[in-house]
Structures are given as structure tokens and as C-alpha cells.
Ligand binder design. Sequence first.
Ligand code: NAD
Length: 469
Amino acid sequence: MSKPASFYENVERNFDKASAFTKLPQGLLEQIKLCNSVYKMKFPVKVGNDVQVVEAYRVQHSHHRMPTKGGIRYSIHVNQDEVMALAALMTYKCAIVDVPFGGAKGGIKISPRNTSPAVLEKITRRYTAELIKKNFIGPGLDVPAPDYGTGEREMAWILDTYLTLKSNEVEGYGCVTGKPVSLNGIRGRTEATGRGVVYGLNEIVSYKEDMDALGLSTGLKGKRVVVQGMGNVGFHAANIITEYGAKVVAIAEIEGAIFCEDGIDVKKLLKFRKSSGSIIGFPGSTTLESSAAGLEVECDILIPAALENQITIDNAKRIKAKIIAEAANGPITPDAEEILLKKGMMIIPDIYINAGGVTVSYFEWLKNLSHVRFGRMNKRFEEFTQNNILDVVEKATNKNISVKERNNVVKGASEIDLVNSGLEDTMIEAYRTIREAKKKNKIPDLRTAAFYVSIIKIADAYGSMGIFP
Ligand code: NAD
């Protein structure tokens, strides 16, 4: 039997499928597709009385726009192929949502669950120093962010190490995003990927023609949702989608999967898992036979939000969702996708639907370069102007506007208002572009259409550099 294709080979296969719809020269397509720089490192960290040799990576997939941008993953399964695949996806993702960066990704081969915070901190700081040594980090060079197994805490360590070694850099805070707000991070970054998934889905289910084809009504209200992974992305997607009236009927985690027809309260589930160490036994839920069985629950929307290669030719036939939104990177293999598409499912590709994280990371980077919080200069001024307009209306109509009515109208935008509105607009516009490209070019599926859109945009950037006429 032939070896299954690797994650990176799967990304290349998706790229090739889409590039066939373009009329671009082969050499240019090759340049867009390949990874520009791959940095593999090994460094020592003292643990107890011994030395642990740590294997780590940073891959910059595309320098067509600078800086490059992409998360850092901590997992025992990290390898060069995976980091290259994730870096490539970042390039296409940034292009789709018009974030002016090239794609990158980092990874450290460690198990964050089985490593103490003190050792994790040592490893993170040393990794940052290694990146600095080779010019693989900096606000104008390469800007990491959180990914699987990392979060605000790791970003704060990276920032502190960077600022210690580059203390005179006025734009130094822009060397990493996903930082705590107290260290010049931005409000809304933590939940941005999950929120972006919901904003995207809300737009996707608004097209009657598309929903009719799936046998679904429009709108998220009443939709039955299944989520795999209760980490950063999965938790926020599950939590926010319920605010739109959808019902999360099943959740899968490493330790197993649970089901509840009436809907799972994901906030309570998160607390329960924190205290008990597992989602199993959550009051009101039934336990499914395995974690994998969670993916196979009948639903309207399936959101895989854990890792790559979760839906393969082995389980694709048993998936019973109408829409699959790839919140994780690469959760469906190309062979599995063929099976799912034949079954009439709608697959929303990762390079579009999980782009909310990098979109808000871009806003954070802009905030760091401008050294001012969004909304700080105009919030009060907007409120003042709106109050003046209402005064004029009161005078002209000879009618009093109540304090309650006034408060409803008068509201200057705060940082979180601006971040969420920028994110929603980005997700809506990007989907419209992909949907239109699919129709116009008779492209059979959304992933190929999304790759097509991003290849054309990147080729355009090379064209403007004079590399391609
Ligand atoms: P995370 O570490 O916060 O959470 C991942 C969760 O998935 C964990 O709770 C883990 O226990 C669970 N999990 C792992 N294997 C599983 C399995 N086989 N079955 C069920 N659950 C499993 O990571 P995250 O940041 O939420 O990232 C999840 C995915 O989203 C990754 O593919 C990542 O690349 C992608 N992503 C993340 C971001 C971001 O902003 N964090 C942005 C874009 C894409």
C-alpha cells in the first residue's frame, strides 16, 4: 500500500487543483507555492541535573509581503512537514482576508501538558533568542502568534525576551501578537478565531439558494452544531454560535465525546473540565463510545477545531453533517474531501474560516506600531457630536428625547467594538469574494475557489514588483 500523503503534500495538492483555474505562468506558480525559508534548530535547556535537547522550527513560507506572520505550536507531534504546511496555509489565509503579510509558522516539539511552566518558560525564552540570532523575529521581519498549545502566557515570554535583547526598538511590541492586553495586546484577540468562524458561518447560511441545496433554512438560529476540541478556537466558536441561537449538541475532546439533544452549556462545560479534568460526566449529557464518535453525530454544522487529519478516508463515509467549517488547520484530507463533496456536503475551508485570528493579530500589530489604543482619540468626540445632533433634533421637533433613548443612540466606538466590527466586515467580504469567484469561474468547491482567490492576489503582488508582467 502506498504511503498516505503528508500534510504539506495535501496543501500542495489543493494549491495545484486551484492553480489549474488560473492562467499564470508555471514558474510564478512554483514561486508562490514553495516555502522561502525553513529554519530547523536544536538547542539545550537545563532541566534538573540534566540537559534536554529541544527540536524546534520556524518556517517563512512567503516573502512576497513583509513581515511574515503565523502562530507557534507546542506539540509532541511537531515536525518539519507540519510546520511547512501550516506556514503555507498562513500565506493563502492572509491573502484571502487582505492582511498584508506573508505566511509563517513555528513549532516546538514538546508536550505542554507534561512540561512544567518553569521549563516551558525556559524553552520559550531560548527559542525566542534563537529566532533573534537568525533574524527570524521582529515587527518588520516575522511576527509570531498563538497556535495549538500556546496562548497569551507564551506570547508574553516571547515579548519580554525580545524587548530585553532589543531594548531600543520603538516598535518592539509589534514583534509578537496575541499578547495580554496589559502588555499592549488587543481586546478581542483571544476569541478572534472562534468569533471569526461564527461571523463567517452567519454570512454563509444567509444565502437561501445555497441553503436550499443543502436542505437547510437560512440563519444560524436552531442549527444543530457539533464541535471537536474545546481549546481556544473550539470553545469560543461553540460559545459565540449559541449567542446566535444555534445549539451545540455534541462535543469531542481528547478524553472522549458527550452528547445532549437540548444543547450543551459550553461555559459550564469548560468550568467542569477545569475542575474534573474531563468533559465526561458533564451533568445532563450522555457519553459517546469514543472521542472519534463525536465527529459522526448527525448535525447541520460540524466544527473540527482540534488538529489536522481528523476526517480521512477511514471515517469520511460516517460523517453526517451538512456543513463542515474547518476551524482547525487541515482537519480534512483531500481524499476524504472528495467523499464528503460527493455526499453533497458544503466544506468551508480553513484558509478562509479560521482567518479571524490573523485578522485581529493584524489589528494588534497596527496598534503596536501606532502606540495608541483604537478608539482612544475619537470615542468621546463621536459621543459629543451625536449628542449635539440629538440636541438639534429636539429643538427642531420640539420633542424631548429621553435619557434612555439618548443613551441608545449616543455611543462612541471602543477598542472591542472596532475590533469586532473590523473582523465581521473582513469575514463577510472575504466570503463574498470566494463565493463570487466560485460562480464566475465555475469552480466546483469552496476550497478550490478560496485557493484561487489567494493565488490571484499573491500573483498580483509579484506583478506589482515587476517579477511578473
Ligand atoms: P488549543 O491547544 O487551545 O486547543 C486544542 C484542543 O483540541 C485542546 O483542548 C485539545 O485537548 C483538543 N484536541 C486535541 N486532539 C484532539 C482530538 N483528537 N479530539 C478531540 N479534541 C482534541 O489550540 P487552538 O489554538 O484552539 O487551535 C486548534 C486548531 O485551530 C489548530 O489546528 C490550530 O492550528 C487552529 N488555529 C488556531 C488559531 C488560534 O488563534 N489559536 C488560529 C487559526 C487556526
